[in-house]
Design a protein. Structure first.
Length: 237
Protein backbone atom coordinates (compact mmCIF):
# COMPACT_ATOMS: atom_id res chain seq x y z
CA UNK A 1 0.00 0.00 0.00
CA UNK A 2 2.32 2.71 -1.32
CA UNK A 3 2.30 6.07 0.48
CA UNK A 4 -0.03 4.74 3.20
CA UNK A 5 2.05 5.48 6.26
CA UNK A 6 3.27 8.88 5.11
CA UNK A 7 -0.28 9.92 4.33
CA UNK A 8 -1.56 8.57 7.65
CA UNK A 9 0.94 10.70 9.59
CA UNK A 10 -0.69 13.80 8.15
CA UNK A 11 -4.10 12.67 9.37
CA UNK A 12 -3.45 11.52 12.91
CA UNK A 13 -5.19 14.49 14.50
CA UNK A 14 -8.51 13.65 12.84
CA UNK A 15 -9.71 10.86 15.08
CA UNK A 16 -13.51 10.95 14.96
CA UNK A 17 -15.15 10.57 11.57
CA UNK A 18 -18.85 10.18 12.27
CA UNK A 19 -21.40 9.26 14.91
CA UNK A 20 -24.75 7.56 14.55
CA UNK A 21 -27.47 5.73 16.40
CA UNK A 22 -28.52 2.39 14.98
CA UNK A 23 -31.44 3.67 12.95
CA UNK A 24 -28.88 5.49 10.81
CA UNK A 25 -26.26 2.74 10.91
CA UNK A 26 -26.70 1.53 7.35
CA UNK A 27 -26.21 5.00 5.88
CA UNK A 28 -23.32 5.71 8.25
CA UNK A 29 -21.45 2.59 7.28
CA UNK A 30 -22.14 2.95 3.59
CA UNK A 31 -19.93 6.06 3.44
CA UNK A 32 -16.87 4.53 5.13
CA UNK A 33 -14.00 5.57 2.89
CA UNK A 34 -10.29 4.96 2.68
CA UNK A 35 -9.88 8.10 4.76
CA UNK A 36 -6.15 8.60 5.21
CA UNK A 37 -5.36 5.26 3.62
CA UNK A 38 -3.42 4.22 0.57
CA UNK A 39 -3.44 6.83 -2.17
CA UNK A 40 -2.85 4.16 -4.79
CA UNK A 41 -5.82 2.14 -3.55
CA UNK A 42 -7.98 5.24 -3.44
CA UNK A 43 -7.19 6.00 -7.07
CA UNK A 44 -7.89 2.39 -8.05
CA UNK A 45 -11.26 2.36 -6.31
CA UNK A 46 -13.12 4.76 -8.60
CA UNK A 47 -16.55 3.59 -7.49
CA UNK A 48 -18.11 1.93 -4.49
CA UNK A 49 -17.80 -1.88 -4.51
CA UNK A 50 -20.87 -3.76 -5.63
CA UNK A 51 -22.99 -5.38 -2.95
CA UNK A 52 -21.99 -9.01 -2.37
CA UNK A 53 -24.66 -11.68 -2.49
CA UNK A 54 -26.02 -12.94 0.82
CA UNK A 55 -24.60 -16.43 1.41
CA UNK A 56 -27.11 -19.25 1.10
CA UNK A 57 -26.41 -20.61 4.59
CA UNK A 58 -27.26 -17.46 6.55
CA UNK A 59 -30.12 -18.38 8.92
CA UNK A 60 -33.28 -16.30 8.71
CA UNK A 61 -33.86 -14.28 11.90
CA UNK A 62 -36.84 -15.10 14.07
CA UNK A 63 -39.92 -12.93 13.69
CA UNK A 64 -39.26 -11.32 17.07
CA UNK A 65 -35.54 -10.75 16.43
CA UNK A 66 -34.14 -7.31 17.17
CA UNK A 67 -33.59 -4.76 14.43
CA UNK A 68 -29.84 -5.18 14.91
CA UNK A 69 -30.00 -8.96 14.47
CA UNK A 70 -32.08 -8.62 11.33
CA UNK A 71 -29.59 -6.15 9.93
CA UNK A 72 -26.29 -7.84 10.82
CA UNK A 73 -27.51 -11.47 10.47
CA UNK A 74 -25.86 -14.54 11.96
CA UNK A 75 -23.50 -15.27 9.09
CA UNK A 76 -20.88 -17.76 10.26
CA UNK A 77 -17.23 -16.79 10.71
CA UNK A 78 -14.24 -18.59 12.25
CA UNK A 79 -11.91 -17.13 14.87
CA UNK A 80 -8.17 -17.62 15.29
CA UNK A 81 -8.79 -20.67 17.45
CA UNK A 82 -10.80 -22.40 14.76
CA UNK A 83 -14.11 -21.80 16.55
CA UNK A 84 -17.27 -20.93 14.62
CA UNK A 85 -18.83 -17.59 15.54
CA UNK A 86 -22.11 -16.04 14.40
CA UNK A 87 -21.71 -12.37 13.51
CA UNK A 88 -24.58 -10.99 15.56
CA UNK A 89 -25.21 -13.55 18.29
CA UNK A 90 -21.58 -14.41 19.12
CA UNK A 91 -19.61 -11.32 18.11
CA UNK A 92 -21.80 -8.23 18.48
CA UNK A 93 -24.78 -8.90 20.74
CA UNK A 94 -24.72 -7.01 24.04
CA UNK A 95 -21.18 -5.79 23.54
CA UNK A 96 -19.12 -2.77 22.73
CA UNK A 97 -16.91 -3.65 19.77
CA UNK A 98 -14.03 -2.04 17.94
CA UNK A 99 -13.96 -3.46 14.41
CA UNK A 100 -11.29 -3.15 11.74
CA UNK A 101 -10.49 -4.80 8.41
CA UNK A 102 -6.99 -6.08 7.65
CA UNK A 103 -5.02 -8.94 6.14
CA UNK A 104 -2.12 -10.73 7.74
CA UNK A 105 0.36 -10.33 4.87
CA UNK A 106 -0.30 -6.59 4.49
CA UNK A 107 2.90 -4.54 4.31
CA UNK A 108 1.18 -1.17 4.72
CA UNK A 109 -1.13 0.15 7.41
CA UNK A 110 -2.49 -3.12 8.83
CA UNK A 111 0.22 -3.81 11.39
CA UNK A 112 0.40 -0.20 12.66
CA UNK A 113 -3.40 -0.17 13.02
CA UNK A 114 -3.34 -3.44 14.91
CA UNK A 115 -0.48 -2.18 17.08
CA UNK A 116 -2.76 0.72 17.94
CA UNK A 117 -5.41 -1.79 18.93
CA UNK A 118 -2.81 -3.53 21.10
CA UNK A 119 -2.49 -0.24 23.01
CA UNK A 120 -6.28 -0.01 23.25
CA UNK A 121 -6.30 -3.57 24.61
CA UNK A 122 -3.81 -2.56 27.30
CA UNK A 123 -5.79 0.56 28.22
CA UNK A 124 -8.98 -1.48 28.74
CA UNK A 125 -7.41 -4.68 30.10
CA UNK A 126 -10.02 -4.94 32.90
CA UNK A 127 -12.91 -4.79 30.43
CA UNK A 128 -11.52 -6.85 27.57
CA UNK A 129 -13.49 -10.03 27.01
CA UNK A 130 -16.28 -8.77 29.28
CA UNK A 131 -18.09 -5.83 27.74
CA UNK A 132 -15.40 -4.76 25.24
CA UNK A 133 -14.19 -6.80 22.28
CA UNK A 134 -11.73 -5.92 19.53
CA UNK A 135 -12.74 -7.58 16.26
CA UNK A 136 -10.31 -7.74 13.34
CA UNK A 137 -11.80 -9.26 10.18
CA UNK A 138 -9.61 -10.47 7.34
CA UNK A 139 -10.25 -9.10 3.85
CA UNK A 140 -8.15 -12.00 2.52
CA UNK A 141 -9.89 -15.05 4.04
CA UNK A 142 -8.67 -17.55 1.44
CA UNK A 143 -5.09 -16.89 2.61
CA UNK A 144 -5.69 -15.92 6.24
CA UNK A 145 -6.46 -19.29 7.79
CA UNK A 146 -7.25 -19.63 11.49
CA UNK A 147 -3.73 -20.97 12.02
CA UNK A 148 -2.19 -17.93 10.35
CA UNK A 149 -4.38 -15.59 12.36
CA UNK A 150 -3.44 -17.37 15.58
CA UNK A 151 0.22 -16.63 14.88
CA UNK A 152 -0.67 -13.04 13.99
CA UNK A 153 -2.59 -12.72 17.27
CA UNK A 154 0.45 -13.96 19.21
CA UNK A 155 2.57 -11.29 17.54
CA UNK A 156 0.13 -8.69 18.86
CA UNK A 157 -0.03 -10.18 22.38
CA UNK A 158 -3.76 -10.74 21.99
CA UNK A 159 -5.70 -11.34 25.21
CA UNK A 160 -9.23 -12.73 25.68
CA UNK A 161 -11.67 -10.43 23.92
CA UNK A 162 -9.38 -9.89 20.93
CA UNK A 163 -10.91 -11.69 17.95
CA UNK A 164 -9.34 -12.30 14.56
CA UNK A 165 -11.98 -13.58 12.15
CA UNK A 166 -11.87 -15.37 8.83
CA UNK A 167 -14.05 -18.03 7.17
CA UNK A 168 -15.62 -18.83 3.84
CA UNK A 169 -15.00 -15.90 1.50
CA UNK A 170 -18.70 -15.34 0.78
CA UNK A 171 -19.43 -15.27 4.52
CA UNK A 172 -16.60 -12.89 5.31
CA UNK A 173 -17.58 -10.60 2.43
CA UNK A 174 -21.13 -10.46 3.78
CA UNK A 175 -19.98 -9.66 7.32
CA UNK A 176 -17.65 -6.95 6.03
CA UNK A 177 -20.47 -5.51 3.92
CA UNK A 178 -22.77 -5.34 6.92
CA UNK A 179 -20.06 -3.52 8.86
CA UNK A 180 -19.30 -1.09 6.04
CA UNK A 181 -15.86 -2.60 5.41
CA UNK A 182 -16.36 -4.66 2.25
CA UNK A 183 -13.92 -4.12 -0.62
CA UNK A 184 -13.37 -6.06 -3.82
CA UNK A 185 -9.58 -5.99 -3.59
CA UNK A 186 -7.78 -6.54 -0.32
CA UNK A 187 -5.45 -3.55 -0.82
CA UNK A 188 -8.49 -1.26 -0.84
CA UNK A 189 -9.42 -2.00 2.78
CA UNK A 190 -10.21 1.01 4.92
CA UNK A 191 -8.05 2.46 7.67
CA UNK A 192 -11.10 3.17 9.78
CA UNK A 193 -12.30 1.59 13.00
CA UNK A 194 -16.00 1.00 13.57
CA UNK A 195 -16.78 1.43 17.28
CA UNK A 196 -20.24 0.35 18.34
CA UNK A 197 -22.38 -0.27 21.40
CA UNK A 198 -24.91 -2.87 20.27
CA UNK A 199 -27.05 -2.45 23.39
CA UNK A 200 -27.59 1.29 22.98
CA UNK A 201 -27.24 1.58 19.20
CA UNK A 202 -24.41 4.15 19.34
CA UNK A 203 -21.87 3.72 16.53
CA UNK A 204 -18.83 5.83 15.73
CA UNK A 205 -16.06 5.77 13.14
CA UNK A 206 -12.47 6.71 13.89
CA UNK A 207 -9.23 6.75 11.93
CA UNK A 208 -7.27 3.65 12.82
CA UNK A 209 -3.96 5.49 12.84
CA UNK A 210 -5.04 8.32 15.11
CA UNK A 211 -3.07 8.65 18.34
CA UNK A 212 -4.00 5.73 20.59
CA UNK A 213 -4.95 8.00 23.50
CA UNK A 214 -7.48 9.74 21.25
CA UNK A 215 -8.91 6.37 20.25
CA UNK A 216 -9.19 5.41 23.92
CA UNK A 217 -11.25 8.55 24.60
CA UNK A 218 -13.61 7.74 21.74
CA UNK A 219 -14.03 4.15 22.88
CA UNK A 220 -14.74 5.34 26.43
CA UNK A 221 -17.65 7.46 25.19
CA UNK A 222 -19.15 4.42 23.47
CA UNK A 223 -18.54 2.17 26.49
CA UNK A 224 -20.20 4.70 28.78
CA UNK A 225 -23.24 5.28 26.57
CA UNK A 226 -26.53 4.43 28.27
CA UNK A 227 -29.84 3.27 26.76
CA UNK A 228 -32.42 6.00 26.30
CA UNK A 229 -34.74 6.34 29.27
CA UNK A 230 -38.21 4.89 28.79
CA UNK A 231 -40.86 7.58 28.25
CA UNK A 232 -42.86 8.51 31.32
CA UNK A 233 -46.31 6.99 31.56
CA UNK A 234 -49.40 9.20 32.03
CA UNK A 235 -49.93 10.09 35.67
CA UNK A 236 -46.28 9.44 36.47
CA UNK A 237 -46.81 5.71 36.98
Amino acid sequence: MTNTLANEKNCRHRAVVAVSKFFRLASLLSVVALGCGSLDAARAQTKAPSKPSQPAGVPAPAADASTAQKYFTDVELINQNGEKMRLYSDVLKGRVVVVNAFFATCQGSCLPMNRNLEKVQAAFKERMGKDLYIVSISVDPTVDTPQMLKEYAKKLNATPGRLFLTGKKENVDWALYKLGQYVEQREQHTNIFIIGNESTGLWKKAFGLAQSDELVKIIETVLNDKPAAAPATPGGK
